[in-house]
Design a protein around this ligand. Sequence first.
Ligand SMILES: [Fe+2]
Length: 210
Amino acid sequence: MDYVDDIVNDLDQFAVSEIMKYNIPTLDNYNDVVNVAIELGKKLNANLSVIKLGSRFLDIKLGEATNEKKINEHITKSLGFAKEFLSKYPFEEDVKQKVFACIMEHHCKKFSYIESEICANADCYKFLVPKKILRMFYNWKQRGYNFEEIFLLAEEKVEERWSALTLDVCKKELEDNYNKIKEFLSLARKDPISFVSVINKKEKKFVDGE
Ligand SMILES: [Fe+2]
């Protein structure tokens, strides 16, 4: 299936135009999910053509759905887009079904294929890597969220994505990150005064007759 690389070029062009329009997902998240999914696919001997396509389609309509305040519909919208897009190419039916499963199951914990499990796990890396958490503060500020809202979302997303991981290889790779990010966020909740050691002052006590 050599033509997959040509097809993903077309797909990338469309994805980038959506990202430019809505800025959701961010370009770095789009690239990271694709690259992580491909590396996991190689490690686990999955069908790389399915992964190259599936990982690109996952959130391709997330920006449009968010803009319409219908974020929960992003899977249906992305699936509809993928069906139309792939209908132009002569793919085998089982390849298409696997790609569609990658989209439909990317927020699930039960999977029909190893490729859909890989894409869902790759999608979790965006909240389990320190650099991505820092980027999240920068990006979500630009979307109009305030500091406390982003902080709460970061705490939620880290827990949500850690418990969503199903592949042992990913849990093993990310466990240290998860613990460090969690510890850092919990430390970051504290104000500077918490880090100043309080001197135990012994106040003079007045006693009767003094
Ligand atoms: Fe999604």
